[in-house]
Design a protein around this ligand. Structure first.
Ligand SMILES: [Zn+2]
Length: 342
């Protein structure tokens, strides 16, 4: 089958197109014909050597597709089922691995890093990390590829960890990015008032089409503008999709007793944080590591019922397109997600 592999770490030239063997199923595995493989900023971090990926590896962890072969001891799934996947393999028999926190179990294996991923025509995955899509509704099957990594993660941030309540103000940083533009929509679906920040006038216009209440275009700082919109109080919640470069402004903007949900970080270097802000405003800074089955199932439902309009551009399984998409992701130039449709 055709695949794009990463045989060393480095710039985009380390991504190479190859003909490789079909994956061999073990007990519990299914073979999936990839319908969609989302491209994630995390892929660029792995490519640059920050995620300790086993090399060589087929990258890509955001998968949706159709089951074409079922291995031994597979429960509840059959050929022809459309499925969407968690982005890691947990051990369901481990006593430490609890429901609703399977994302943080010790020993989790990450798809596209520890295990071969979806920059390929087919992928094998264990059945217990998959959820059925059922009737995809008006949403195309490839869009379910990022149900777990994007929409599920935002649900975990806002609902599970952030305990967002109707009518609260939420600030979304990096609002035009693959995560941000969907964070805006999930927040609206939960009845929150959304303030989006972006650095581009052009993208601000696009963001306005997704139901956001206010958009701020900024150069270096946005906390003052955000506070003005909220009568000086600051938003109750920040969904931080950028990380290092915006965290200081987010801590300054957020209300007293507010929550800062750190979903993503574009800069793997250590960051300086004003601890005084966290103490004096009693801010809760919460890390969010992707999603669990519960959130994936809810993400699938939001897509199926058309409550989230997925924002993405499809590209072929072609190394030139994939290299270019990696470059666009690294430069912060993407609007929505790129999805490989082999
Ligand atoms: Zn991802």
């Amino acid at each position: 089958m055709r695949a794009v592999i990463m045989s060393r770490v480095g710039d985009v030239s380390v991504l190479e197109e190859r003909e490789v063997d079909y994956p061999r199923l073990e007990a519990g595995d299914v073979l999936i014909k990839v319908r969609g493989c989302g491209l994630c900023y995390r892929d660029t971090l792995a490519r640059r050597g920050y995620m300790r990926a086993k090399i060589p590896v087929i990258p890509g962890h955001e998968v949706s597709g159709e089951i074409v072969e079922v291995g031994d001891n597979v429960l509840g799934l059959s050929r022809g089922d459309l499925v969407s996947s968690l982005i890691y393999v947990y051990d369901p028999r481990s006593s430490e691995c609890r429901e609703d926190s399977e994302n943080i179990c010790r020993g989790n294996m990450w798809i596209g890093e520890d295990l071969d991923g979806c920059y390929a025509e087919y992928i094998k995955l264990p059945y217990w990390i998959l959820d059925k899509i059922g009737d995809p509704g008006e949403t195309r099957p490839e869009a379910y590829s990022f149900a777990a990594c994007v929409i599920g993660t935002i649900i975990r941030a806002l609902k599970t960890l952030g305990e967002a309540k109707r009518g609260e103000y939420v600030l979304v940083t990096g609002a035009s990015g693959g995560v941000g533009i969907h964070a805006v929509q999930v927040a609206k679906s939960l009845g929150l008032k959304v303030i989006a920040v972006t650095r581009s006038e052009e993208k601000a216009k696009l963001i306005k089409g997704y139901g956001v209440d206010e958009v701020i275009v900024y150069r270096d700082k946005f906390s003052e503008d955000v506070r003005k919109i909220t009568d000086g109080r600051g938003p109750d919640i920040v969904v931080e999709t950028v990380g290092g470069p915006t965290l200081d402004q987010s801590l300054r903007a957020v209300s007293r007793g507010g929550r800062v949900l750190v979903i993503g970080n574009v800069d793997p270097k250590p960051q300086q944080v004003m601890l005084g802000l966290i103490i004096l405003k009693e801010i809760r800074v919460l890390g969010v590591l992707n999603s669990t089955h519960r959130e994936l199932r809810e993400a699938i439902r939001l897509l199926r019922e058309g409550l989230i309009k997925p924002v993405y551009k499809t590209i072929p399984l072609d190394v030139n397109y994939i290299r270019e998409a990696h470059q666009i992701l690294e430069s912060g130039g993407a609007f929505g997600r790129f999805i490989i449709t082999p």
